[in-house]
Design a protein. Structure first.
Length: 544
């Protein structure tokens, strides 16, 4: 079924077309602007009602006439070839087709006022704001259109996406906005970010996905309106307050649809126009390009982490007494990094660097690496060279320079008595200080042939005792603050290990990680930590 459409012609000859709404008057921002002194600033309007196209006067000075009959504010039905006179100007109805397209949502009828079905290239290159709007806020929109670039290059994509959405809400005069992205496993839309207009209280929950799903399935951006004039539209996307005009612009790259940009206005606001829809459609295309690149970077990073993990596991397979050490240290380091406020980009690098922190052990003799007892003095000196061997390996791999401070410096001490360089205090890179705490905690709590691992409470006491001498005091304090999360993780790991050893395990390690990540309690474990747990294989020879 084709969308509704009306075409009016006037003097000049000039024509105006729309699938939803035409406001007529002298104001430059109106859809039909007439430069005639007999026409009022806002004279009349033509719009799509429930039973078809209608026209009504908007309180003009010289009146509006339909086929020679003066009309008032009550909407009057329009038919093909009718004439509409506004002041001394006569307009002809040259084309008239269709009725409002509507859908049923939660028992209510919601009209599709207009839709934009354009390719990505057309959406990005062909947006045409009106001259008046371009002069008024063109700079703001051009800034918005750079959203794709900002998202593609931002070290914190979630923050960049939220900022872009807040700017979109302000630019379009919306009361609220949301970004829905398609979840790959389920193909369902999930809320990635949402924002409300400045000065409004934050809503209890983000917009619902009902109308966004409609737009995504149609693969076109859609302008919706509440078809019931007596009551606000009610659907799962309504929060407290009403929502009577909604734009759902499809986020798509040149290759695929990624999600939907949602913007809505309430009953006390003017409804969105078809021009708003096309601007939002162009913005959605720009946003999608940035999201698409971020997802590509994330996939590459995941592949990179898997490669590094496999390399680290090759080292651990040679040392039967430190099974899964790398994964546990990575999990602890990520918890600590988040607690001290490390940036998204720094945490991303830290996750990979920590997986490589003991890579130099691949060059240590088996007689030392696999010795079942304590190392002698000379053997310990040989073991200490693993940081230098690791640094040499890292330096041979282009693009891994950011991992060097962790690989080389995770055995430095706050008081300067560490190795290999004897760095002191804040001269030690922060990422190395973080891994030093995580590494020591795991070493203390892990079993060895010559001693049993400490209980966690004792290990925390040892860390605090070494604060200011062995360890960065700030890192120790933060590590103690995340103690509930660490203990929760250790408890879950212990249960998992016991069930695995008894043959009663009914959940995979990845499923365990997902369960922990979805926990809504006060000690929810970050997703990066869950990724480390999910990738950890069960120890082949002894508990880690």
């Amino acid at each position: 079924m084709s969308l509704p459409r009306i075409v009016l012609s006037g003097p000049g000859p000039r024509t105006w077309a729309s699938s939803c709404h035409l406001r007529i008057g002298r104001l430059p921002e109106l859809e039909v602007t007439l430069d005639d002194t007999s026409v009022s600033r806002l004279h009349a309007e033509v719009y799509l009602g429930e039973d078809g196209w209608v026209v009504r006067d908007r309180g003009s000075s010289n009146g509006t006439h339909l086929n020679g009959m003066r009309i008032g504010r009550t909407p009057q039905q329009i038919r093909l070839n009718d004439t509409i006179q506004v002041g001394n100007v006569t307009l002809h109805v040259d084309d008239l087709r269709g009725r409002p397209l509507s859908i049923r949502v939660d028992g209510r009828s919601v009209q599709i006022e207009a839709s934009a079905e354009r390719s990505w290239d057309e959406a990005v290159e062909a947006f045409e704001p009106s001259e008046e709007r371009l002069q008024r806020d063109g700079r703001s929109f051009l800034k918005l259109m750079r959203a794709g670039y900002r998202l593609a290059h931002s070290p914190d994509p979630d923050l960049a996406l939220r900022q872009t959405l807040e700017e979109a809400v302000a630019f379009f005069g919306a009361q609220r906005g949301g970004i829905f992205l398609t979840d790959a496993p389920s193909s369902q839309l999930i809320v990635r970010s949402y924002a409300v207009a400045a000065g409004q209280d934050s809503p209890g929950r983000p917009p619902g996905k009902t109308l966004a799903t409609v737009a995504l399935r149609r693969r076109r951006s859609v302008l919706f309106k509440d078809s019931a004039d007596a009551a606000p539209f009610q659907a799962d996307s309504v929060l407290s307050g009403d929502m009577t005009s909604i734009i759902c612009a499809v986020l798509r790259s040149p290759d695929r649809e990624l999600g939907v940009l949602h913007l809505d206005r309430g009953r006390n606001q003017a409804p969105f126009t078809e021009a708003d829809l096309y601007l939002a459609d162009s913005l959605a295309a720009a946003i999608a390009l940035g999201i698409d690149r971020q997802e590509l970077v994330a996939r590459h990073h995941e592949l990179f982490l898997q490669t590094i993990t496999a390399l680290a596991q090759a080292v651990e397979m040679r040392d039967q007494y430190t099974g899964n050490h790398t994964h546990r240290v990575t999990a602890y380091a990520m918890l600590l990094a988040e607690e001290i406020g490390m940036s998204h980009e720094d945490r991303r690098h830290l996750q990979a660097a920590t997986a490589l922190h003991d890579i130099g052990k691949i060059g240590i003799d088996d007689a030392i690496l696999r010795k079942p007892g304590r190392l002698s003095g000379p053997e310990f000196e040989q073991m200490k060279t693993h940081v230098l061997r690791g640094a040499e390996i890292i330096q041979m791999i282009p693009g891994l320079g950011w991992a060097l401070p962790v690989v080389r410096g995770h055995h430095e001490r706050w008081d300067g008595r560490g190795y290999p360089d004897g760095l002191q205090g804040e001269d030690i890179p922060l990422c190395a200080r973080v891994v030093a705490v995580a590494d020591a905690f795991d070493a203390m709590t892990s079993d060895r042939p010559y001693r049993a691992g400490m209980p966690p409470e004792r290990a925390f006491e040892e860390l605090q005792a070494g604060s200011g001498t062995h360890f960065d005091p700030r890192c120790v304090e933060a590590f103690v603050r995340v103690r509930p999360k660490i203990e929760e993780m250790l408890e879950q790991e212990a249960v998992f290990r016991q069930k695995a050893e008894s043959g009663t395990l009914t959940v995979s390690r990845r499923e365990l990680a997902q369960q922990l990540a979805s926990d809504s309690g006060p000690h929810t474990i970050p997703a990066a930590v869950m990724n480390s747990i999910a990738q950890t294989p069960m120890p082949a020879s002894r508990p880690g």
